[in-house]
Design a protein around this ligand. Structure first.
Ligand SMILES: NC(=O)c1ccc[n+]([C@@H]2O[C@H](COP(=O)([O-])OP(=O)(O)OC[C@H]3O[C@@H](n4cnc5c(N)ncnc54)[C@H](O)[C@@H]3O)[C@@H](O)[C@H]2O)c1
Length: 264
């Protein structure tokens, strides 16, 4: 366990999957959590759960791709808690289909949420971190940000962008003693993957008889040396380490948690 008592963390996409697990883990470590998500009902529930386990938190309905929403969330956090120590940019959406079939909107949507959302939240939060000369930013990218994959092209492009932004921010914010790192998850069974597996099922007749979960498991077995999926808690463990004092000299890194699927 890492001691985050007295610290304040914003976690985006905290209503589901990994974001929810990360928010809960940081809460159990002692941080007060602003659980931000497009889905206000789900973050209400997440914060209720944190409170029932002794944590402190505030649900915040937000679209991370809208600058005004982001500024309002940061202002609200400062008014309620007076500081921001940790930002986890986790909110994200997928994409499906070949690039040659993409509409402009198919292309722009993941870029807007995954990349622009990370930019907007980091920009707004860093301005509050700089005067205090402390801060931790963790971006949830993907192994799809390190190795291009067919059928998820716009998503890949957005995550490659997140890794570039991670390095730039690490260089620009390092002098203020703020670290910026990325976690690259491999295969975690969440609503995002369920949607993708359904798309593969519909697209490829050979997969038609499998359930979406079986499509996911087949993929995991074929590409990961450890032959098992990862969990949201695996990601939460690495995030907890990266925001702790023990990781104070790690910045600008992109760490895979993927059972060995990608080795760079
Ligand atoms: N599931 C995987 O295997 C996997 C692998 C690699 C990377 N990731 C990344 O992990 C992160 C979390 O994904 P997940 O699998 O938990 O997905 P998920 O769909 O379970 O959760 C994503 C959350 O983000 C929220 N969200 C979406 N758009 C938003 C917006 N504009 N503003 C605010 N909130 C928004 C959703 O409401 C949802 O609660 C994403 O960035 C995703 O790209 C997931």
């Amino acid at each position: 366990m890492y001691n985050l008592n007295g610290q304040v963390a914003i976690v985006t996409g905290a209503g589901s999957g990994m974001g929810r697990a990360i928010a809960m883990r940081l809460s159990l470590e002692g941080a007060a959590i602003i659980a931000a998500d497009l889905n206000g009902g789900e973050v209400e529930k997440a914060v209720q759960e944190m409170k029932s386990r002794g944590g402190r938190g505030l649900p915040w309905e937000i679209d991370v791709s809208i600058a005004k929403d982001v500024e309002r969330m940061v202002k609200g956090t400062m008014e309620n808690f007076g500081q921001i120590d940790i930002l986890v940019n986790n909110a994200g959406i997928g994409s499906t289909g070949l690039i040659i079939d993409h509409s402009e909107e198919d292309w722009e949507k993941p870029i807007r949420v995954n990349l622009k959302g990370t930019f907007l939240c980091s920009r707004a939060v860093a301005k509050e971190m700089i005067p205090r000369k402390r801060g931790r930013i963790v971006n949830i990218a993907s192994i799809a940000g390190k190795s291009g994959e067919e059928f998820i092209g716009a998503y890949c492009a957005s995550k490659f962008g997140v890794l570039g932004l991670t390095q730039v921010l690490a260089k620009e914010l390092g002098r203020h003693l703020i670290t910026v790192n990325a976690v690259c998850p491999g295969y975690v069974w969440t609503p995002m993957w369920e949607e993708l597996a359904q798309w593969f099922k519909d697209k490829f007749p050979a997969l038609a008889d499998l359930s979406p979960k079986e499509v996911f498991e087949k993929r995991v077995k074929s590409v990961t040396p450890l032959r098992r999926p990862q969990t949201s808690e695996d990601m939460a463990s690495l995030v907890a380490f990266l925001v702790s004092d023990e990781a104070r000299n790690i910045t600008g890194q992109a760490i895979n948690v993927d059972g060995g699927a990608v080795m760079h």
